[in-house]
Design a binder for this molecule. Structure first.
Ligand SMILES: NC(=O)c1ccc[n+]([C@@H]2O[C@H](COP(=O)([O-])OP(=O)(O)OC[C@H]3O[C@@H](n4cnc5c(N)ncnc54)[C@H](OP(=O)(O)O)[C@@H]3O)[C@@H](O)[C@H]2O)c1
Length: 236
């Protein structure tokens, strides 16, 4: 039996590691990102509302007549840019961050739920969150707010699922050694007062690898977590 797996942002970092470690024998894996990686690529800029509609149409097209064992969407694409006080952020950069981190998870999550509603197979929707959903790091306003929105959306939509519904969870992966972490460490203390802690984590070898994060995330799909669970891999 086959699986159909979408991973947004599978061109790099945690998403690429997720695509490289899909735990199903016969899986078609589709990366939704701007640049593409090693998986089949659906090119989309997820900070552009026009591309949200394209992704929804793509979901529906690929799922028409689908009779495999499971469908999975891991919404992993996200950005920490721009870092710095909200009042000093460039309007366009800030708008793109809000669209990608806050709006896209809800819009694409809804699109996946709607497109998969007629299916009777196993369905999973996994949203990448962060410790920033709960901690108000100065300099990360749109990122913190986006991840908090992701978690509350997941709790709400999880509560909407009946028996046989989609399994909806959010996962904070811990501090993972990716380009996003390099960008964080490259920020001045003026723009990001907590930057020293992130240097220390890197210097003491405390970051986890994208591969380890991916293994942890995939393991969640077999744990039968209550619908709407928001979990941190560091607390498993
Ligand atoms: N790394 C960490 O320590 C950490 C901690 C907590 C949470 N997270 C979360 O984990 C997820 C992955 O983070 P990461 O560290 O792997 O990030 P990353 O290395 O910066 O990779 C980000 C991915 O998102 C995609 N992306 C960015 N902007 C996009 C856009 N406008 N449209 C479509 N795709 C876009 C990128 O693909 P393209 O550039 O090809 O579009 C890339 O594949 C994010 O949601 C992040 O918030 C990471």
């Amino acid at each position: 039996m086959s699986s159909l797996v979408w991973i947004s942002g599978a061109s790099a970092g945690i998403g690429a590691a997720l695509a490289a470690s899909v735990p199903y024998a016969d899986a078609r894996v589709i990366d939704v990102s701007r640049s593409g990686g090693s998986a089949e690529h659906f090119k989309a800029d997820l900070s552009d509302p026009a591309d949200w509609a394209r992704v929804e149409a793509h979901f529906r097209e690929e799922l028409a007549g689908y009779d495999g064992e499971r469908v999975v969407f891991i919404h992993n694409a996200g950005t920490i840019t721009p870092i710095g006080p909200a009042a000093e952020a460039d309007r366009e950069d800030y708008t793109r961050a809000v669209l990608l981190n806050s709006a896209a998870p809800q819009i694409l999550g809804r699109a996946f739920l709607a497109a998969t509603a007629p299916l009777t197979c196993e369905r999973h929707l996994v949203m990448l969150s962060s410790g920033a959903a709960k901690t108000a790091y100065a300099g990360w306003s749109s990122y913190n707010a986006g991840k908090a929105a992701v978690e509350h959306w997941v709790r709400t939509v999880g509560a909407e699922q009946g028996p046989g519904g989609c399994r909806v969870i959010a996962v904070a992966p811990g501090v993972v050694d990716t380009a996003m972490q390099s960008e964080i460490r490259a920020t001045s203390a003026e723009n990001f007062p907590t930057v020293g802690r992130f240097h220390e984590l890197k210097n003491t070898g405390a970051l986890s690898t994208p591969a380890a994060a991916a293994t942890g995330i995939w393991s969640l799909l077999t744990r039968n977590l209550p619908n709407g669970t928001c979990v941190d891999l560091r607390n498993l």
